[in-house]
Every structure is written in structure tokens, then in C-alpha cells.
Design a protein around this ligand. Structure first.
Ligand code: NAD
Ligand code: ISD
Length: 387
């Protein structure tokens, strides 16, 4: 299918009633731009080669070879190969191919999960991993009347970003919806029936969890293999400069696969989020089409998620000292600020309005001075509004 935006796959796509389906989430839906359907590509003179894998690339000769043996040459190449889901096999567990073990990275994964959900109403699901996929899919499973147990290796969910206080609030809500959390352990194997369907998940601590379906969300690995040995790789991604240009001047990289300089962090980062994918794409195109007019990519990192009626956004960096503010209750607006070396560097907000998210993004970008952490906690959102 033509390119689409992935956020819908773990949310609207899995709803029991009126689920989101293509063409409604083709590329550019999230930035409220025209939706790029196959017709759009045709009308704009863009040849869209579907069902075609690139077998090899020669960046010195500016050529690609496709799976059908066709050689394609280019003046500019934009690498947007993204990432692939990490498999349990990479952690020594067999069984990813079972018909009721689901990953969630692309449309075919989402179709499989939606089908498995439909045939297991009131059944038991085990969710492996408590990151974005784990949390968003667990909420979707509950909405589909499936009993959920989540297995997380750490002490709380979304540990890459959330503080224990924020994570606890979300976990308490999930628990109130019947979700069980098993923390500080990992799965070691599956039990199978005679049809090779998974029937239970065995954990390292000896627990066995009955399972009619399993969802695995244990992180991703960038798809760089076509370029290894040809382009510089850093932090697992294709290293690019502030124009999204790789170590070969004709080759650009964007999205999950690109490691780019993030001014705010003062270092090279690879960011896994749709906002960075959208904005780095625009920047690369601008750098190619209008090099004189295109400055450095000055990106303020943004992450967001939605599950049940919760919706949060985060801007900046989550380092330094944290202060929490607001009413830590379901349905209320609350958040946190991260302060490093006397400056605000990161802001999290749950339940904000569009204007409030814009406010925290602008305030975080300005890196205002913070002199009194207690005052900051008392001020809460007002601090960002008055910067
Ligand atoms: P993630 O990195 O967000 O979370 C991975 C989780 O798996 C972590 O909780 C980690 O502790 C856990 N884990 C790692 N190894 C494990 C193991 N052996 N057993 C059990 N748990 C293990 O990755 P994800 O949730 O798989 O998401 C995949 C990608 O999709 C990420 O890039 C994510 O940012 C993206 N995504 C983002 C959104 C969003 O931004 N709202 C939504 C869905 C997916
Ligand atoms: O918001 C998201 C989402 O749902 C994803 O899967 O960002 C990620 C992608 O990894 C960004 O391309």
C-alpha cells in the first residue's frame, strides 16, 4: 500500500466499533495536510513502486537494485527505511511465528492483531513490554473486552520517559480496568497446543500466565543494513548533519533511521517518534530543493501518546531534576518539568488543550531560568504561560 502514518495502528485501528482503516491514515494525515493516496502520487508525477524491495545500494555509483533486478539511479536519495520490531528470538525465546503471537509495526501486523482480537473476546492476553506499543495495545485490548496481563522487566511502564509518579498514575488506572502488571521479570518460553498455538507464557520467576493471545512490544532496530560499510552509522542509525545529509552528500536520511544533531541535547540522537519523522522529512526535502534558504534542523524533541481517555505530550529533554505539578488524578491536567543547570529543559503535560501544548513547547524551547524548584511546582502550568 502507499505510505501511511503508523500512530493509528495501535489506537483507532484496533477499536471494536468503526475502526480506522486506510485510506484515512495515509501520509500527512497527522500534520493536517492533504492525504497522500496513490491517486495523489499519480497526479503529482511521482512514480510509486509498490511491492518492491531494494536489494542493494551502491552509494558511490548513485544506484539501487530492486528485488526484480531493476537498476534505479538517483541524483538524491532519501533513506526512510525506518526500523523493524525486535523479535523475542533475539532474546532466546522461540515462537514469534505462532498464529496468536502479535507484533505491531506495520499494516499486516495490525491486521493480524485485529483478527486475533476479534476471535478472542473475553479471552486472556499477555502483553510483553511496557513501552508505547505495550501501553497503547493493552488499552485497546481492554476496550475489546480482553483480560490483560502486562509483563515488564523494569519497575514501571514507559520507563524510557515517564517518572515513577506519572507512570504510577497510569498504571493505577490500568489496574482499575482489570489490567495486571507483572514487573521485574521477563518471559522465558511459551507453551503450545498441538496446532502450535500459544496457550501460556512462562516467566523467569516461575509464573505461568494463560494466554489466548500475546502482544510483543520490546523495542525496535533501525533498518540500516543496506548502507552498512557505505555510510557512517552512529547510535544505531545513519549519521546525518543538520541538513539531514549523510556522509555521502547525495544521500539524506530521515525518521527513525536517522541519527541527527539535536541542539537542545548538544549531541547526536536517533529519535523514535512520528513528529521527528514528519519534521526531518520536510527539512531534508527543503535542504535538497532550496539549499540556500535552508538553515540547520533545529528540532525540539516531542513525544506523545494516547490511551483510554488519557492524552499527553512531552517536549525537550528528560534530564536533571524533576518537579511535578497539577492534580495527579484521572481527568485532571497535570505535568512535570525537568530542570538542568538552572534551566527548564523538558516539560510533560497530561490532559492539556492544543493551546497549552503549544505553550509548553514554546516555553521549553526558550530554556528559561529556574531559580526556585518549589515555586516552579506551585506555579505549575502558569510558569510556562508567563515565560
Ligand atoms: P519501546 O522502546 O517504547 O518499549 C519497549 C519496552 O519493552 C520497554 O518497556 C522495555 O523495558 C521492554 N522490554 C525490552 N526487552 C524486553 C523483554 N525481553 N521482555 C519484556 N519487555 C522487554 O518500544 P515499543 O513499545 O516496542 O515501540 C516500538 C516503537 O514504536 C518505538 O520506537 C516507539 O517509540 C514507537 N511507538 C510510538 C508510539 C507513540 O509515540 N505514541 C506508539 C506506538 C509505537
Ligand atoms: O507516534 C509514533 C508511532 O506510533 C510510531 O510508531 O511514532 C512512531 C514511529 O516510530 C515514528 O516513525
Amino acid at each position: 500500500v502507499a505510505p501511511y502514518e503508523r500512530p493509528a495502528l495501535s489506537k483507532g485501528f484496533l477499536l471494536p466499533e468503526d475502526p480506522t482503516r486506510l485510506p484515512s491514515f495515509h501520509t500527512c494525515v497527522g500534520s493536517n495536510d492533504e492525504i497522500l493516496t496513490p491517486k495523489w502520487y499519480k497526479e503529482h508525477g511521482i512514480e510509486l513502486l509498490l511491492g518492491t524491495r531494494v536489494r542493494s545500494v551502491d552509494v558511490r555509483r548513485n544506484t539501487l537494485v530492486s528485488s526484480t533486478g531493476e537498476t534505479i539511479s538517483y541524483n538524491f536519495l532519501i533513506i526512510a527505511t525506518g526500523a523493524r520490531a525486535l523479535k523475542l528470538e533475539e532474546f532466546g525465546v522461540e515462537g514469534s511465528d505462532a498464529e496468536n503471537v502479535c507484533y505491531l509495526r506495520d499494516l499486516s501486523d495490525a491486521n493480524k492483531l485485529a483478527t486475533v482480537i476479534q476471535s478472542n473476546s473475553n479471552g486472556n492476553a499477555v502483553v510483553i513490554g511496557g513501552g508505547y506499543i505495550g501501553m497503547e495495545c493493552a488499552a485497546s485490548l481492554v476496550i475489546n473486552k480482553i483480560n490483560v496481563t502486562m509483563v515488564l522487566p523494569g519497575a514501571h511502564c514507559m520507563a524510557r520517559l515517564l517518572t515513577p509518579k506519572i507512570a504510577t498514575l497510569y498504571e493505577d488506572y490500568y489496574s482499575s480496568k482489570g489490567v495486571k502488571f507483572v514487573k521485574g521479570t521477563v518471559m522465558t518460553s511459551f507453551e503450545f497446543d498441538s496446532d502450535k498455538k500459544v496457550t501460556a507464557v512462562n516467566l523467569k520467576d516461575g509464573t505461568q500466565l494463560p494466554a489466548d493471545l500475546v502482544v510483543v512490544g520490546i523495542g525496535i532496530l533501525p533498518n540500516t543494513s543496506l548502507f552498512e560499510g557505505q555510510l557512517i552509522i552512529e547510535k544505531g542509525g545513519i549519521k546525518v548533519n543538520s541538513k539531514m545529509q549523510s556522509s555521502d552528500s547525495s544521500v539524506y536520511a530521515i525518521g527513525d533511521v536517522a541519527t541527527f544533531p539535536v541542539k537542545l541535547y548538544g549531541e547526536m540522537r536517533r529519535l523514535e517518534h512520528v513528529d521527528s519523522a514528519r519534521k526531518s522529512a520536510r527539512h531534508a526535502v527543503s535542504a535538497i530543493m532550496e539549499p540556500e534558504k535552508t538553515g540547520d534542523f533545529d528540532y525540539l524533541p516531542c513525544f506523545y501518546s494516547r490511551f483510554f481517555a488519557f492524552s499527553w505530550q512531552f517536549y525537550g529533554d528528560h534530564v536533571g531534576e524533576v518537579v511535578h505539578f497539577g492534580e495527579y488524578e484521572e481527568g485532571k491536567v497535570f505535568g512535570a518539568y525537568w530542570v538542568k543547570e538552572g534551566h527548564l529543559v523538558g516539560t510533560f503535560l497530561e490532559g492539556g488543550s492544543i493551546e497549552e501544548y503549544e505553550t509548553i513547547s514554546k516555553a521549553t524551547e526558550m530554556k528559561p531560568v529556574v531559580t526556585d524548584m518549589e515555586e516552579l511546582a506551585r506555579e505549575g502550568l502558569r510558569f510556562a504561560q508567563t515565560v
